[in-house]
Design a protein around this ligand. Sequence first.
Ligand code: IMP
Ligand code: MG
Length: 334
Amino acid sequence: MPCNIVVGGFFGDEGKGKIIAYMVKKDNVNLAARGGVGPNAGHTFNLNGQTFKVRMLPSAAFNVNTKLAIGAGVLVNPKILLNEITSFQAQKRTFVDPHCGIIKEEHIQQDSTESFLKDKIGTTGTGTGPANSDRALRKLSLAMDCSEIKDYLSEVSSMIHSELDKKNNILLEGTQGTYLSLYHGRYPYVTSKDVTASSICADVGIGPKSIANVIIVFKSYITRVGGGPLENELGREEMQRRGWLEYGSVTGRERRSSPFNIDLAKRSIRLNGGTSFALTKLDVLYPECAGVKEYSKLSYPAKKFIEEIEAELGLKAELIGTGTDVDSVIDQRC
Ligand code: IMP
Ligand code: MG
């Protein structure tokens, strides 16, 4: 059984939550571990007509058989975490690394009032940047010192390695997207740490040798929320006409958008060491493909769109999203 990792290939909001939820349901994942920054990310998925959103727990939260872990590199907002644990009734299967950093009210205040962060960068205002800054200064409180979440503490790296020894199925969940990386994105319009696959591994405490598949999630068009450059950005009217207008799941802000960018996708594959990719929201570009679950039933233009991307990237679109529901996926994995 493999340890797979899923990361975002663009600017976040590529549909990682839906792809991960699909894999968890299909592959009966034993352990899902979340890496990335923290509650600035919102992963959304629709299951049996209901919409779920997670900002702290992995997107496997709905599956009662999956252990839910949060890696040491992730920042925790205890209030948000405890709410999610309650709403998914995940008390017995949530594990928070004692070395996770804790976001305090002062971090949220700074993130949502300081003009550089709020207006120029357009952060999510969730306190993650200021908390990571305190962590670099070695003055941030850690989960091991936080009484509110003491019942959930467990060393995530050891948990993952013990699941690996048992040859169990493990899924590592990245958050944000490659071009929000502090190192590889368009600084300063980025998040507060690196978010490529290597860093997600470091966040949860696992080395690159243990990873079987690195799945990069691309949306069929690009969206970005907050400041910073976006090549071929569409005007609002055009976004509306194409049905690409979206709202941020954490902040409710309107997302900006542009068509699929093959050069960004290529670079993203290299930065993450991608072994395959997932393509989401194909039905937004090709409404006739909504809900299709077999590749052969896709329309000719949709197939052409996918095959051109596959040829350019030299990788296969192993998972293709054709609708909001978790099950609306074409699964071409071997
Ligand atoms: P921060 O991560 O809140 O500091 O925000 C820095 C930049 O990253 C802003 O442009 C945010 O909109 C963006 N950002 C952070 N997390 C996400 C995410 O999960 N999805 C999309 N954009 C994000
Ligand atoms: Mg999101």
